[in-house]
Ligand binder design. Sequence first.
Ligand code: NAP
Length: 243
Amino acid sequence: MGAVLITGASRGIGAACAREFAREGYAVAVHYRQSEAQALALCEELTAAGHEAAAVCADVRDSAAVRRMTALVEERFGFIDVLVNNAGVAMQKLFTDTTDSDWDDMIASDLSSVFYCCRAVAPAMIREHRGCIVNIASMWGEVGASCEVAYSAAKAGVIGLTKALAKELGPSGIRVNAVSPGVVMTDMMAGFSAEDVAALKDETPLCTLGAPEDIARTAVFLASDRARYITGQVLGVNGGMVI
Ligand code: NAP
């Protein structure tokens, strides 16, 4: 199946992606920044189940660190067949309270990171005339969220990057797509009260919130040959919240 590099795989959606891709037979590079123990435990779990996995550390806001990370993964696995750009942070703040550093950090974490990772893997993919990139966007990047202007702008940027890069890399045999999740229960939702979560559920046509596996299975599909004619698309996995 080849190898997949999943950023932010220590927790949440990224960890679910690591498990799903491993089950499909991929060797998995489990990227993390701070959650080393969780990343190592996940690698142990995957190798104990007979899969190939290795943990790699980098701050995805740092272009040089991203280059070192992809070089390490290429050294270990030979070629990165699939890149899943999942690492990211969220921030709820009134627009007028958003500082320059809040803004810069959000763009660095959620948008520049995707640019750095794509740019680091693209040359080898172009050389090999194969490869696939799956970016994890957000429904707020499609429709905007109140008190999440910076996050919405960064994720809208990811969607624009996905569409443009798909056009540029398509002739090189590389597909680039995005998954656009709705509300998914992970650590990212820790700041939401039980009432907020209940209200979000009520607003969702399918009356339930997403699980990390819902996003992971979609990422696996987009990376698979079943999606061989799909590129430049933003696939909403949101229970009908954004249609
Ligand atoms: P999460 O549980 O908070 O996990 C975030 C992951 O990103 C962690 O593995 C973290 O690594 C990594 N990360 C954050 N900043 C990083 C940095 N500067 N450098 C390297 N790694 C970094 O989040 P999640 O809910 O799984 O979200 C994953 C993705 O889905 C994000 O892009 C998010 O915007 C998107 N999304 C989530 C939801 C949702 O409702 N949960 C909805 C729409 C979109 P460490 O812990 O190792 O530092």
